[in-house]
Design a protein around this ligand. Structure first.
Ligand code: GTB
Length: 217
């Protein structure tokens, strides 16, 4: 059965691959699973029909027959569990790959998300100038820890896994900030992820939506 995902009709990041459907697209491409795309406007996202799929009125969602999922991490895990190549077969290695997925969204992403909030939603507040450096420091702390763990390895735990997919997906949002370049091994890690053919196909597909081309995956 071909799953359908929802994505921004008008992506605020102008096709730069920063919205969270990119992780799902990338996982589907790694899995070799064709998928359909439904474009959703900001208004439609808040209406009952979409809220029935996603209680928080966001993208991405994933529909596969009777199954409806939201949360990009849960969707990627679902895909990874049903296709070869994104999770190791050996039980302990598999558990560690899933651990890295959680680390990406639960430990590394929160301060990165805070940076977007501080810049774009709170940038005009009188206290913004004091808050921004604090947020940057929290990101630096996490990047330093992650960089130390990655060392000179290609991926976080042996072969590329859904853990790397989620971590690279999270770190991508830092590219414009320059913070990644403070850790050449992390910048190279993200570049390795972006160089994967499945990433390239996913990126092209989301860019095609921004450019008004057919939204197929
Ligand atoms: N935890 C959820 C998940 O991982 O799926 C979070 C989903 C989420 O935040 N979705 C965002 C959304 O639907 C899109 S990705 N926002 C609309 C809303 O909440 O009303 C977040 C995002 C938005 C914009 C940019 N950008 O412009 O660069 C990047 C990422």
């Amino acid at each position: 059965m071909i799953p359908t995902i929802t994505v921004f009709e008008h992506s605020p990041n102008r096709g730069k691959g920063l919205a969270r459907d990119m992780r799902v697209r990338w996982a589907l491409e790694e899995a070799g699973q064709p998928y359909g795309v439904r474009l959703v406007s900001f208004r439609a996202m808040k209406e009952p029909a979409h809220r029935a799929l996603h209680p928080f009125g966001q993208i991405p969602t994933y529909e596969e027959g009777d199954l409806v999922l939201f949360e990009s991490g849960a969707i990627v895990l679902h895909i990874a569990e049903r296709h070869a190549g994104l999770l190791p077969d050996e039980a302990s290695a598999r558990a560690r790959a899933i651990m890295w997925m959680f680390a990406a969204v639960n430990t590394v992403e929160p301060p990165i998300f805070e940076l977007q909030t501080a810049k774009f939603l709170e940038g005009d507040k009188p206290w913004s100038g004091q808050r921004l450096p604090l947020v940057m420091d929290r990101i630096r702390e996490r990047l330093g820890q992650l960089s130390a763990r990655l060392g000179d390895a290609d991926w976080l735990d042996g072969a590329f896994s859904a853990g790397d997919l989620m971590m690279v997906g999270v770190l991508l949002r830092l590219k414009a900030s320059g913070l990644l370049d403070e850790h050449p091994n992390l910048a190279a890690y993200v570049a390795r992820g972006e160089a994967r053919p499945a990433f390239e196909r996913a990126f092209a597909a989301q860019l095609a939506v921004f450019n008004g081309q057919p939204a197929t995956g």
